[in-house]
Design a binder for this molecule. Structure first.
Ligand code: XIL
Length: 367
């Protein structure tokens, strides 16, 4: 069933991508300029924006060039898989923090802000959580212990947490998951409260996909976070994943959506941006991809509360897109040899040309 839905999504996305026009005046910043310091992070500092990437433990450990580009370009990172429940807490009494400890050490030695991803999700759960028939009390205790242990261990060092990921159904209401079936939708509120208890200074986010424009799902998310705020649940931000392969958001809708979330006093992070190219990759398609990246960056820069632009990986050598969206590839700003693509050039240009400035009196950078 899921495969069929993905195939349909890829089909419609490919049609929309093919139909896109490339404005003949659209120019990508010269390649020579791309090689010149500072990286994206240097250009983003002026506008007070975090530019980040999801990081995989293995290349970070073994690939010097991967580390060099990551440290040069980005001022934020998020572990792609290392903090997911099944990886970090594989058995009831056993946690495995090795991968994330290495990632965090890298972030700290390169002065990067860190997003923790993710505490509560319905995927990448260990079998002991997935299969154990639990009462409400038992699973609440599992949730409490997990969130307290993971957030508590990194108190003061992980600045943002995706506390709950993808809780809203694509069709109606909340998604039916291990958590919702045993606890009810209150598990969402509980997770935020547990995370806040473990680190009162961390900024806590709700994160989801398909909530970029002004559709039914994004309205349900707006209602969810409004409701949490009304009940004084400690939530500080919303993460929009922006996997463009799941549907190209209209720029006007994206900006209206960012504005209504800003109106709630929340920060917004674009958390998992990638733009898959229907295969094969060609020069004109690379330009279309760049246009989409530019629109996303410009929309974020236009809304002051949009404080982070994070791509899901940074090099095409390590991206979830080809294995999850058959027929799409090359979704990131650097190619698989770590060379910058036109999408990287436009991100630089948008950052350079932005008139946005960091708020005065900004004392803590990761806030
Ligand atoms: C993906 C990772 O990139 C893959 O390596 C893993 O096999 C599955 O998860 N939304 C999310 C991310 O919130 O955690 C997912 O990451 C991509 C979709």
């Amino acid at each position: 069933m899921e495969r069929i839905l993905i195939a349909i999504t890829v089909f419609f996305y490919t049609c929309a991508f093919d139909r896109m026009d490339v404005d003949p005046n659209f120019q990508v910043m010269a390649v020579e300029d791309q090689a010149v310091a500072p990286g994206l992070r240097g250009l983003a500092a002026r506008s007070g924006l975090l530019v980040g990437a999801a990081v995989a433990a293995e290349p970070l450990r073994g690939d010097e060039e991967y580390r060099t580009v990551l440290a040069r370009e980005y001022n934020a990172l998020v572990p792609e898989n290392a903090l997911k429940f099944g990886n970090v807490h594989p058995e009831p009494e056993r946690y495995d923090f090795n991968d994330f400890d290495e990632i965090l050490a890298f972030a700290e030695s390169n002065d990067m802000c860190v997003r923790g991803h993710t505490l509560v999700w319905h995927r990448q759960l260990p079998s002991w959580v997935e299969q154990r028939p639990s009462t409400r009390e038992e699973l609440t205790e599992v949730l409490r212990a997990h969130v307290h242990t993971v957030v508590g261990r990194y108190r003061g060092r992980v600045h943002y947490w995706d506390v709950v990921n993808e809780a809203i159904s694509d069709f109606w209401g909340f998604r039916s998951t291990v958590w919702s079936r045993a606890i009810g939708s209150e598990y969402i509120e509980m997770a935020f409260r547990f995370a806040h208890e473990a680190d009162p200074d961390a900024l806590l986010f709700y994160n989801d996909y398909g909530v970029e424009g002004l559709g039914r799902k994004s309205t349900r998310m707006y209602e969810l976070v409004s409701n949490l705020l009304e009940r004084d649940v400690p939530i500080h931000g919303v993460g929009l994943q922006v996997h463009v392969n799941q549907g190209i958001p209209r720029t006007d809708e994206l900006e209206s959506n960012l504005r209504r979330l800003e109106g709630l006093g929340l920060q917004i992070h674009l958390t998992e941006v990638d733009v898959g190219i229907p295969q094969p990759t060609t020069e004109p398609k690379l330009l279309k991809q760049a246009i989409l990246y530019q629109k996303l960056m410009d929309s974020c820069l236009a809304i002051r509360s949009c404080t982070a632009f994070v791509t899901w990986g940074f090099t095409d050598a390590h991206s979830w897109v080809p294995s999850y969206f058959p027929g799409l590839d090359a979704a990131l700003p650097f190619d698989s040899s770590l060379q910058p693509k036109p999408s990287y050039g436009v991100l630089r240009r948008s950052l350079k040309e932005s008139s946005r400035t960091a708020p005065r009196g900004l004392t803590r950078r990761c806030s």
